[in-house]
Design a protein around this ligand. Structure first.
Ligand code: NAI
Length: 327
């Protein structure tokens, strides 16, 4: 079997090398993202391995199918970037449902601590020998209410971390499970000092944080998004921050991140005005979809992806990691 690995970064390869691609499987690493312009690179391959910002649209699925590709290996949990319906009867799709919920939940807390205690400001100040504390006041997390939307693997770990800080945890999930204090979404918006998103991006959750939900929130609320960018209507968020309704935002993901994240634009004029506006705000932190980026997570991603490929090749595909179309 031949595997075409798209959107390759230097940190991807060690994990895959460690899990030694099995005999009979040949891998070629491609730097570009998979999309309509690059899909022809998959000619002659049986499988493609893709990540969060590869665009596996219907057109790309059809092109892959015509090129003879049989399987898509997502080396991530979310699959909103793959047209699963279009894959039906043409390509099998496998993902890595869990590689380290701790990595993402810990990053969400790192962002919250950073924005709240102004660590991003303090770091720059002391490097310039500016020891003033002006404007660096935060608030105690202890006793505050955090609203967690999506209480699956990551949301649960984040809830435990927050409880460790002495915070009150409110939860909302389409499918609640025992052990948490669940409320309806409007109540979560109204009562939370901090809101953290841990649900998947679907038609239903698209822009769940928008003008209406922000209007319901407490003045000064902190919003954390480590899930998927389009859960948040960026324009509504910017307006909420300008109106001082939203006190702070921590964004590891961004609606239009596919255009910029994972690339070095430090020598360029970034054309995305909304992103530039967000980054210019002192109470916003943007990280480049890096919540997953721990050694443990990278090793688990490689192990599961290789296992998905081997089991597919051996005719014993892993039902637990296969992504099937659901109407
Ligand atoms: P999970 O599948 O374990 O949990 C998702 C939860 O969301 C489930 O409890 C589900 O019932 C709930 N949910 C589904 N539809 C909902 C809705 N309409 N409203 C509210 N809740 C709903 O997934 P996991 O592993 O906890 O990941 C959560 C999300 O985190 C993923 O969908 C992915 O987008 C994102 N993620 C981000 C990473 C990063 O590096 N920033 C890395 C890994 C995942």
């Amino acid at each position: 079997m031949k595997l075409a690995f798209f959107d390759t970064k230097s940190y991807d390869i060690p994990g895959f090398d460690r899990y030694a691609i099995p005999a009979g499987v040949e891998v070629k690493y491609f730097e570009p993202n998979l999309d309509e312009d690059t899909v022809s690179l998959a000619a002659g391959f049986d499988a493609v391995c893709v990540f969060v910002n590869d665009t596996v649209s219907e057109a790309v699925v059809n092109a892959l199918y015509e090129l003879g590709v049989k399987v898509i290996l997502l080396r991530c949990a979310g699959f909103n970037n793959v047209d699963i319906r279009a894959c039906q009867g043409k390509l099998r799709v496998f993902r890595v449902p869990a590689y380290s919920p701790h990595a993402v939940a810990e990053h969400a807390m790192a962002l919250l601590l950073t924005i709240n205690r102004r660590i991003h400001k303090a770091y720059i100040r002391t490097r310039e020998f500016n020891f003033s504390l002006q404007g660096l006041a935060g608030f105690d997390l202890y006793g505050k209410t955090v609203g967690i939307i999506g209480t699956g693997k990551i949301g649960r770990v984040f809830a435990d971390i927050c409880k460790g800080f002495g915070m009150k945890v409110l939860a909302y999930d389409k499918f609640p499970s025992p052990g948490l204090d669940y409320v309806e979404l409007p109540e979560l918006f109204e009562r939370s000092d901090i809101i953290s998103l841990h649900c998947p991006l679907t038609e239903e959750t698209h822009h769940m944080i928008g003008a209406d939900s922000i209007a319901r929130m407490k003045k000064g609320v902190t919003i954390i998004n480590t899930s998927r960018g389009a859960l948040v209507d960026t324009e509504a968020l910017i307006n909420g921050i300008k109106e001082k309704k939203v006190g702070a935002a921590c964004l590891d993901v961004y609606e239009e991140e596919g255009e910029v994240f994972y690339e070095d634009f430090s020598g360029h004029i970034v054309q995305d005005d909304k992103l530039v506006r967000l980054i210019a705000m002192p109470n916003v932190i943007v990280t480049s979809h890096q919540a997953f980026l721990t050694t443990e997570a990278l090793d688990n991603i490689a192990a599961t992806s290789v296992d998905n490929l081997v089991r597919f090749r051996n005719g014993t595909p892993n039902e637990a990691t296969e992504v099937l179309y659901q109407k």
